[in-house]
Design a binder for this molecule. Structure first.
Ligand SMILES: [Fe+2]
Length: 235
């Protein structure tokens, strides 16, 4: 199930491409769980605001856990989380150690060129992660229905042939090693896109959750991904 690479345990399911698309969640969620939260002005991957559901200290703090001498694990729920019981349950259902949990509110993108030219970035998920523990990766749950928007992932920021795209309909779920893959969402809608992003420690619990939510099909290369439809990912 897992490989020990370098100093951290990593999931072999992520070794080839760095990500895995899961079966979409069919749970109907109340938009009040994300629309009623307190959002902070915090830019990452575009014109964004973030609502913090779990942080290093339980405070409404969007900063990296290293600011508190912690790896991105063992987060504490914030006041926002009290208003988002279904989202909290989703995180707990994974069963793995979790770090930062946030809702991203992404305004519509200006253009795909701007996204690939300005917003692709790597995350800093493993600062202070002790040797021998699981590598921290991120899981997404798309909250709004944005079937024409997609997450852009690249092994090489400047090489479009390394690109993969993940469509973002409501309930879309995927796990990505975002310290390895350059990433940013291209959002075509007219209203904000909301998604939950959570850090999880690689290990048997995360692997079991991935297995339980597995689908057969994976996104193709960039040239074919745009022809895929929502049903390709519903499993
Ligand atoms: Fe990121």
């Amino acid at each position: 199930m897992t490989d020990t690479q370098a100093c951290h345990e990593k999931l072999s399911v992520l070794s080839e491409t760095g990500f895995v698309v899961l079966r979409s969640s069919r749970e109907r969620l109340d938009p009040a769980e994300w629309e009623s939260l307190a959002y902070l002005d915090w830019k990452s991957g575009g014109d964004t605001n973030f609502a913090v559901l779990a942080s290093a200290t339980g405070e409404d703090d969007p900063r990296g856990f290293w600011e508190h001498d912690k790896p991105d694990k063992d987060a504490i729920w914030t006041a926002n989380a009290l208003r988002a019981p279904s989202l909290r349950r989703w995180v707990m259902s994974v069963g793995a150690r979790f770090g930062r949990v946030r809702i991203i509110k992404l305004q519509p993108s200006t253009s795909e060129t701007d996204v690939t030219g300005q917003h692709l970035h790597l995350d800093d998920n493993n600062r202070l992660n002790p040797d021998g523990e699981g590598w921290v990766v991120r899981a997404w749950l798309n909250l709004t229905d944005d079937p024409d928007s997609y997450m852009i992932l690249r092994e090489d920021r400047d090489d479009p042939t390394t690109e993969r795209r993940i469509p973002l309909p409501a309930g879309a779920q995927f796990v990505a090693d975002t310290e390895r893959l350059w990433h940013a969402a291209y959002h075509t809608g007219k209203s904000p896109r909301y998604a939950m992003i959570a850090s999880f420690e690689s290990g048997p619990a995360l692997q079991a959750w991935i297995d339980a939510n597995a689908v057969e099909r994976m996104p193709g290369p960039r040239s074919s991904a745009t022809r895929m439809t929502r049903t390709d990912f519903l499993g």
